[in-house]
Design a binder for this molecule. Structure first.
Ligand code: ATP
Ligand code: MG
Length: 601
């Protein structure tokens, strides 16, 4: 694993090179598209495909999408957009046992949240959302064709026998005793498999390729199995189901996909992908040119886990509040946390695609988010750890307006009014009775600026019986109001934010830190005993969530769910999309202003 370095320009992209070469050569120019998926015959009389390329994002609806999927989504939809093509959202729901509607709905939401669309034109246009299970009839018919052409046979070995006869990386496999069954016998058995005459595992349909192939995936891979299970879409229509490695190339071909982009673990499957589609094209069942499988390396990030199994464990064992816990590296979690879809786009552009396994520093992700939010988010004031500041020479019943810009980079966004009065809330850390070296904010005898307000001089503090500071006293310098000619008449080095105590609004704020305290949760570390096995749960950061009550400037009271702001000096915060309501805001901290990880710990 290597660390990829930060770069501002979009990284070079070998996949774009392939697409551009194909477009230049006119490889797909004669491809036809019937407006919906189908075998070659359905497309034969159809017009030429207006889409120059077709890609797809094919999630299995057996879990929530995570940051890794975001890379794949943005890559596939992004390429289609860039080259005037289409990207299909295809639910790869061929496995009857695992899928659920809840996951389908959530995947749809997350892909849309990232700004990607499978819909072309208005209603009645092309709606490229598909389900692999809609293709079961074709997949079955294609298997019948393979049998008739002598490319598939029904094997009746037990699972153990098949495993033993598969061979190893260094030793060839052994032919099954059933390998030379006649076409007629295979046809009969396959129909009876479908009719439900046999128990799960009694027979299996295998491609007939080569048991001595160096690539184990070509040693007569299984293509159809018996599984007496109810499928969420097809119900009890089937008791035989296609294997993933058989189904996936067919799904691509039926949908006229041109570039089938997947992660590197499928590299060894590519020869079977090509073999299968070549056989089906010979039989006239799928249209040429065939889709091309292209692999890239998975996204891995420090301080998080992206394995479905581990994410499920975090939820099931209640280490987090649910799939959308703002600390979860799921897209529903990211949304609730307040991360920006544009921040995902910038991040994915920056890291690029390659075939090298890499572990990306989480800071790169956060930096991309900060960069987008700095540009997009309006500024507001919140005091997270409130301490009372009393301005002794300011009249008790008097208030006046101060003007604060909504966005320093965008004056066109205007200003808002912040009431100023005798009692304010400031951050407790902005006062030190006995200042540390270099401390420039409030301490007795020192002057500092109340941002957008006045320069004040600290005169002392009140303490409770335990010696805890409960209020700070100061006097203000009336000629120094921000925005007036006298603003610069007194030079100060410290600058602090504040809200009027009479107007401020107390609200719950949730501060999040990394869910794991080490870069590679669960990985062995230097000095570990040889037999030590680590559990990723032992690396959970137990202080990853803190709930505080902050004092907010009054304009934040009516924040809409999912509205995000920069709270000056503190970072970016979003009104929680579930728990926050206008009038009763609850904020999540999305990310701090600067990377503080490692400095505090
Ligand atoms: P499973 O083990 O259940 O197959 P999966 O993470 O591969 O888990 P899928 O629903 O099959 O989940 O994934 C859909 C698509 O997302 C696939 O094309 C897959 O290659 C891609 N994908 C999954 N994880 C990552 C990742 N970490 N980086 C980039 N792409 C990913
Ligand atoms: Mg997968």
């Amino acid at each position: 694993m290597s660390n990829e370095t930060h770069s501002a320009a979009p990284a070079a992209n070998f996949i774009k090179n392939i697409i551009e070469a194909d477009l230049a050569a006119g490889k797909h120019a004669q491809r036809r598209w019937a407006g919906r998926p189908g075998p070659a015959a359905d497309h034969a009389a159809a017009p030429l495909d207006p889409a120059r390329i077709r890609t797809r994002f094919p999630p299995e609806p057996n879990g929530y999408l995570h940051f890794g999927h975001a890379k794949s989504i943005l890559l596939n939809f992004g390429l289609a957009k860039q080259y005037g093509g289409r990207c299909h959202l295809r639910f790869d729901d061929t496995n009857p046992e695992k899928e659920e509607q809840e996951y389908v709905d959530s995947i749809v939401d997350s892909v849309q949240w990232l700004g990607c669309s499978w819909q072309i034109g208005d209603k009645g246009g092309e709606n490229n959302r598909y389900y692999a299970s809609d293709y079961f009839d074709w997949m079955f018919a294609f298997a019948e064709y393979l049998i008739s052409a002598g490319h598939a046979y029904v094997d009746s070995q037990s699972a153990e026998e098949m495993r033993a006869n598969r061979g190893t990386l260094t030793q060839p496999g052994k032919d099954s005793p059933y390998r030379n069954r006649s076409v007629a016998e295979n046809q009969d058995l396959f129909q009876r498999m479908r009719a439900g005459e046999f128990a799960d595992g009694a027979h299996i349909l295998r491609a007939k390729i080569d048991m001595a192939a160096p690539n184990i995936n070509l040693r007569d891979p299984a293509i159809y199995r018996i599984r007496h299970a109810t499928h969420h879409n097809t119900g009890d229509k089937w008791c035989v189901y296609p294997m993933y490695t058989y189904a996936h190339p067919i799904e691509d071909a039926l949908e006229c996909i041109t570039h089938s982009i997947c992660t590197l673990e499928f590299e060894d499957q590519r020869p079977f992908y090509d073999w299968l589609l070549a056989r089906l094209a010979e039989g006239g069942l799928v249209q040429r040119p065939l889709p091309q499988q292209i692999e890239f390396s998975r996204l891995n990030l420090t301080y998080i886990v992206l394995s479905k199994r581990k994410l499920i464990q975090l939820v099931d064992e209640k280490h987090v509040s649910g799939w959308d816990d703002p600390r979860m590296p799921t897209l529903v979690g990211a949304r609730r946390r307040g991360y920006s879809p544009d921040g995902f786009k910038l991040f994915v552009e920056r890291i690029g695609v390659s075939k090298n396994d890499s572990l990306i520093d989480y800071v790169l992700f956060e930096d991309a988010q900060r960069e987008v939010m700095n540009e997009s988010d309006q500024r507001r004031i919140a005091v997270l750890d409130p301490l009372k500041l009393i301005i002794d020479n300011y009249p008790a019943s008097q208030f006046e307006d101060c003007q604060a810009p909504n966005h320093p980079l965008h004056p066109e966004l205007g200003e808002r009014t912040m009431p100023f009065g005798r009692e304010l809330w400031i951050e407790a850390e902005d006062f030190q009775e006995v200042p540390e070296k270099g401390f420039r904010r409030l301490f007795p005898g020192n002057k500092a600026r109340l941002r957008y307000g006045y320069v004040v001089e600290c005169t002392g503090c009140d303490k409770d019986t335990d010696g805890k500071v409960i209020a700070v006293h100061c006097t203000y310098l009336p000629e120094t109001k921000s925005g007036t000619p006298g603003a610069d008449s007194v030079k100060v080095k410290g600058n602090l934010h504040w809200v009027s105590a009479a107007h401020a609004y107390p609200a719950e704020i949730r501060l999040f830190d990394r869910l794991f305290s080490v870069p590679a949760p669960g990985a062995r570390r230097e000095g570990d005993a040889p037999d030590l096995e680590r559990d990723f749960l032992d690396d959970l950061n137990l202080a990853s969530k803190t709930i505080i009550t902050a004092q907010l400037e009054s304009s934040l009271k009516d924040a809409q769910p999912e509205q995000r702001f920069q709270f000056e000096r503190h970072g970016y915060f979003v009104a929680d999309r579930i728990d926050s309501q206008p009038g009763r805001p609850v904020f999540n901290r999305t990310v701090t202003l600067k990377d503080s990880w490692g400095k505090e710990n």
